[in-house]
Write a protein that binds this ligand. Structure first.
Ligand code: SAH
Length: 219
């Protein structure tokens, strides 16, 4: 695999990524498709050059506008929960941010729609994603608490910001058998999975998490 190195000091190489994947495996991520996607996507290209050498650390990093790129474990765990070992069809991501999780999702789903409320952040992300030529990813500047009705229903919806309560619109846009993965809570947040089952919605609490807040309206 060849890398586009920002200022290559070996901290952004395929080998660094392979080590990150080993750590994810030790932390309990086991879905081979998710691990392969995490190994393939050059995470250092999604943060500013000044912090690119820290891109593979197990932490969230700043991406501007008061937002963060989620830690590798968080992304891997959420995508694994969304996939539950099956092929994903159409997926909606709420909270594009720097586009990293969207790029990972595009490797495990047929079609990905990702929405972001901050227009300037999305412009920067579009420019960053352009050279990567990800053909099955569509981005839109909109308030994701309303979902994205124009492409609904979705087999999976993944929310990258914490909601005070689960937005009704997202539940309504789940296909039969579809899954929503969302952090919920204000001071204490929990990762929640909601599945649209044969006899209604089934909600499961997964683990404590820490996310920026899901806000209404666009900026
Ligand atoms: N998916 C990113 C994480 C971005 S952080 C990653 O790969 O790391 C969460 C993002 O959600 C922020 O960019 C924030 O602006 C956005 N966000 C918050 N509320 C939103 C809303 N209602 N609709 C769309 N995006 C929202």
């Amino acid at each position: 695999m060849t890398d586009v190195l920002p200022s290559g000091i070996g901290m952004t190489s395929a080998r660094t990524r392979a080590r990150m994947v080993e750590r994810l495996r030790s932390a309990g991520v086991s879905d081979p498709a998710v691990l392969a996607a995490m190994e393939a996507v050059p995470r250092h290209l999604f943060v500013d050059e000044a912090i690119a050498s820290r891109a593979y650390e197990d932490s969230a990093l700043p991406i501007g506008w008061g937002q963060t790129i989620s830690a590798p474990y968080t992304v891997a765990r959420m995508v694994e929960l969304l996939r539950r070992g099956k092929k994903l069809g159409k997926v909606l991501e709420v909270g594009t941010g720097c586009g990293y999780q969207a790029a990972v999702l595009a490797r495990v789903a047929k079609e990905v729609y990702s929405v972001e409320r901050i227009g300037q952040l999305l412009d920067k992300t579009r420019a960053r994603l352009w050279p990567l030529k990800i053909r099955n990813l569509r981005l839109k500047h909109t308030d994701g608490t309303l979902g994205l009705p124009e492409a609904a229903p979705y087999d999976g919806i993944i929310v990258a910001a914490a909601a005070a309560a689960i937005p009704e619109a997202l539940l309504n846009q789940l296909a039969p058998g579809g899954r929503l993965v969302i952090p919920v809570g204000v001071n204490e947040q929990r990762l929640i999975v909601v599945e649209q089952g044969d006899s209604g919605l089934v909600q499961t609490e997964i683990e404590p998490v820490r996310f920026v807040p899901l806000l209404e309206d666009t900026a």
